[in-house]
Design a protein around this ligand. Sequence first.
Ligand code: ADP
Ligand code: MG
Length: 631
Amino acid sequence: MGRIRVLSDNVANKIAAGEVVERPASVVKELLENSLDAGSTNIRVEIENGGRRLIRIADDGCGMLRDDALLAFERHATSKLHDVGDLLTIATLGFRGEALPSIASVCRLLLETRSPDEQTGTRIEIAGGKILSCEEIARGGGTAITVRDLFFNVPARKKFLRSEQTEMAHIASLVTHYSLAHPDKTFELWSGGQNLLQATPVETLRERVFQVFGSQILGDLISLEERAAMMPSPDPEDTPRRFAVRGFVSRPQVQKNNRNSIFVFVNGRLIRDRLMLHALSAAYHNLMPPSCFPFALLFLDCDCEEVDVNVHPSKTEVRFRHQSWVHDFVRDAVRDQLMQSRPAPSFSPNPQPAASLPYSDFSQMMQNDAAAPEFVLHPAVPPPPRFDFGDGSIPLQAAAAASPAPVQTGSLKLRVPDTHGGFPSELANNNVMAGSMIDIGDLRPLGQLHHSFIIAAGRDGLWIIDQHVAHERILFEQVLAQQASGRAEMQQLLMPAILQLTPEQQIEYARIEEQLRASGFDTEPFGNRTIAVKAVPAALGHGDIERVIFEVLEIAEEELRGVSVSDLRRGIAASLACRAAIKINTPLDHKKMEWMLRALAATEYPMACPHGRPVALQYGMREILRAFHRI
Ligand code: ADP
Ligand code: MG
């Protein structure tokens, strides 16, 4: 007997579910897309327990006939495709006919639906892929699908689910962004009885952005007015194709640590596409440090035949027929808008044209590194504040930060002690310098260079200390100590600062409120998606409150990738320290410099800032002697 067997539908569905239903948010995505495909104008999403206990999506779309409702749970049953030719012109979000059977195979599902063409509605109950009942019911038009106990029969998958808030944050982000793609429809999102999003129909994308994100974020954004272009077809037989892009992008000074704030829709479909991400980075090239990311909401619309959506089971990737043209079109559209809105970026004295990051770069990179899942690395070290030499030369600090090895600056050879107060390996054998380098307790300040660096004499040579980074290290350790002792120094604000949060940030906030308090922030919910900040850490300037809190919420978001409480605390401390530390280009008198050096010496790790940048450079006695030919 042969050994190959065709799998039963039930097994096949579970396998497909592995690809389509990764987490609660993937269920929400599929059901939401179905509701949109059904022409709904009103979509209500209810979640309990981050989607594990319950996901319910109710719409007012076209509903299903009784027979169709039963058929919908068969594998590859779809009303959206008829033959293979249709695959080339898919205008709906769904087309694979896989979602409902896959979802139904890993939960307890209830479908209630009625098409206007039938007098009665249909109610179907399914558990683990098996139909338990199918009956007639009375109900209005539209469809409601309730998913309970997700993964109850797939314990392995259940184990991979993250915390309730993390799963909820994914869902909130998804619903939020679909609501942005359809400003003319009503979207409601509820979690455990709490209303996270209530977006009523509006005329413009700008109004929807305002509804969803609030005025603060809107103020940071530049509207990308629709720009359309005809792509000349290489084939004279083909008619030229129209492409249009529109949306919102952030001003270059809004810098995110990750790509979580980039949302790209191609023909109304939310996708994660490397080509589009690269085009976006290329647009910000030289306007933003390479390790930072913008906020972006891009809608690209084109002829269905120009984009293949059938390349991934969860339909989150697409392939463009003319990649290079699309890349450059998007890059230039965004770039031009950025240039118009902000003609002279201060941190880019000689901006290279964006064309210096062409599509060929992208394709080359993809070839060299086909297996790499990410093409832009997350920054290990945020960029240091730029030191302005006034002549466009490379910042000394940046040069030093790039490598722990000796840095050659003119004739001066500088050592950067390594980040934990130890020594780079090549210095470890150097007896003259070792032993004294940790000993920064006896440094005498001699003066300040460019109001940015403290020059100090030590037993073993000359030291240059970055005042901002040094202060950052001091404050960082202070905040950590206060967090640990539970006695954070606070200052009450005369007027509470009111911050508007996105639905996602609101979920993050609920999770980190306690850590914020431990770090000196007294905050409380204040109406829907708004918080009141009543007190802040003593060291923090009032102008920085909003920034630090949003930064911290962003760190919390990293929990999606596994940040622990202690990492979160360190993140809050680092953010606070960075904002509160004295800046470069600030004159310091002798007393302040002395205080700074003493306080630095008292820290646990005086040699690196919380982000790992060096605090001090040293010109060793031995090198000074050698330079003067005394040895
Ligand atoms: P696909 O969306 O790829 O067609 P699905 O498994 O997601 O496959 O859905 C199967 C079919 O069920 C759809 O083609 C559609 O006809 C029907 N359907 C699903 N959800 C809805 C809904 N909310 N309203 C009306 N019809 C729906
Ligand atoms: Mg579908």
